[in-house]
Design a protein around this ligand. Structure first.
Ligand code: 6PG
Length: 476
């Protein structure tokens, strides 16, 4: 065969990835379970480049040049396993299977090991940027063997987004590293979206502003430090008017947020690793709360608020406070997400370069933002930085906004406006910087009721106090 790359699974993401390869000059083998989708890709876009279409998996595999590079773009889970099982017997040693779907990283670890045992490469790859990104240049996060990247890297980098001429694609690490990083990307996406939603709510409640007015504030914010894809689309969405009712579009959308699972996976994994990703967790739970219909119905009009209406006097000062609080909370969410990447990298031996991850998230993906440059710079200053917040740039940037952050969170609490992500991010900030935490009391309690032992501030060792008898301290 002659095709330089193949794509199987031609739903919207696969179709757009295939077109992206073709538009970049690669000969692309295409295949789909039902040929109708393959045919429609040829009919609609066949002139965009060189496609080699096959009806059968056998012909598809045969149309590829060796080592074969097959991108699988089907639903995560059983569908992915089914396609892999079909492909594997047809492949030869050294061939490369790329799973570009949103797979759960433990599945990727399992599949990578299984294919490696057969002499094949399995590359679990995060792809972010939605439909448009897939077509015009996504952010790409490939894992697997370093050897596979020698073959794949040039192709994937070519079709990826570019920022200042630098591709938003790099080798992430072995095994499940690529899908792991994509998972954390999505967790951060949840936190970013929740923080933006809280900022919108604060402006709505504090100023009594309309959606369109708030949209203009977001548009203004998008010209500064907060400049990002999500802020930009928020400005757009808030100014959109519903055709049917003439009302602001956001005001006619049901307020129950859904999710496909990547945020939940991120939180589950953080619990396993013991990494406090409170921003992402609150964002995930806020979606869950919004969808808790029986609870919300039971509470509505029942639970007293005991608040007074929020009438902000200095409008401009309040808008600036919310902006600073949003930026600070956002930095916390990213700092926590990068901690999670570091912890997993350590646990699984992936050796992930966090600065490089920030670099490939600058363009193409959903969380693309100006401030990711600052994160890359921070890890360039210190690759082993234990806390992103402690980098000199972020210490200054967040430090500037701390008083504003406190005014916003306390004002929200006083006036009954829920800001779980803003408030928990501030609590994290105060917790992580505290000289002394009440965790000492927790240790004492644990020792009291379960002889779980404690350590002391003044000397080495592990101790237990005989609480129920004479309360002497023993070496444990
Ligand atoms: C991306 C997105 C994408 C994800 C959506 C929806 O990086 O392009 O993260 O992969 O499917 O954001 O996610 P939820 O349905 O969980 O909100």
């Amino acid at each position: 065969g002659t095709a330089e790359i193949g794509v199987t699974g031609l739903a919207v993401m696969g179709r757009n990835l295939a077109r992206n390869f073709a538009r970049n000059g690669f000969t692309v083998a295409i295949h789909n379970r039902s040929f109708a989708k393959t045919q429609s890709l040829l009919d609609d876009h066949g002139d965009e480049g060189t496609f080699v279409a096959s009806e059968s998996v056998e012909d598809f595999v045969a149309s590829l040049a060796r080592p074969r590079k097959v991108v699988v773009m089907v639903k995560a889970g059983a569908a992915t396993d089914a396609v892999i099982d079909e492909l594997v017997p047809l492949l030869d040693e050294g061939d490369i299977v790329v799973d570009a779907g949103n797979a759960h990283f433990p599945d990727t670890v399992r599949r990578e090991a299984a294919l490696r045992a057969k002499g094949l490469h399995f590359v679990g790859t995060g792809v972010s940027g939605g439909e448009e990104g897939a077509l015009l240049g996504p952010s790409i996060m490939p894992g697997g063997t370093a050897e596979s990247y020698e073959w794949l890297g040039p192709i994937l980098e070519k079709i990826s987004a570019k920022v200042d001429g630098v591709p938003c694609c790099t080798y992430v690490g072995p095994g499940g590293a690529g899908h792991f990083v994509k998972m954390v990307h999505n967790g951060i996406e949840y936190a970013d979206m929740q923080l933006i939603a809280e900022a919108y709510d604060l402006l709505k409640q504090g100023l009594g502003a309309s959606a369109a007015e708030i949209g203009q504030i977001f548009a203004e914010w998008n010209t500064g430090d907060l400049e990002s894809f999500l802020i930009e689309i928020t400005a757009d969405v808030l100014q959109h008017v519903d055709a049917a009712t003439g009302a602001a579009f956001v005001d006619v959308v049901l307020d129950q947020a859904e999710q496909k699972g990547t945020g939940r996976w991120t939180v589950q994994n953080a619990l396993d690793l013991g990494v406090p990703i409170t921003g992402i967790a609150e964002a995930t739970f806020a979606r869950a709360l919004s969808g808790s219909v029986p609870q919300r119905t039971a509470a509505l009009g029942t639970l007293p608020a005991h608040t007074t209406p929020w009438a902000v006097e200095d409008r401009d000062a309040f808008v600036e406070d919310v902006r600073l609080a949003l930026y600070a909370s956002k930095v916390v969410a990213y700092s926590q997400g990068f901690d999670q990447i570091a912890a997993a990298s350590e646990q699984f031996g992936w050796d992930i370069d966090r600065g490089a991850m920030a670099r490939i998230w600058r363009g193409g993906c959903i969380i693309r933002a100006r401030f990711l440059n600052r994160i890359t710079e921070a890890y360039e200053r210190n690759a082993d930085l234990p806390l992103l917040l402690a980098d000199e740039y972020f210490t200054g940037a967040v430090g500037n906004g701390v008083q504003a952050w406190r005014r916003v969170v306390s004002g929200a609490a006083l006036h009954g406006v829920p800001t779980p992500a803003f408030a928990s991010s501030l609590a994290y900030y105060d917790g992580v910087r505290a000289e002394r935490l009440p965790a000492a009391l927790i240790q004492a309690q644990r020792d009291f009721f379960g002889a779980h032992t404690y350590r002391r501030t003044d000397r080495e060792g592990t101790f237990h106090t005989t609480w129920s008898t004479d309360r002497t301290e023993q070496d444990a």
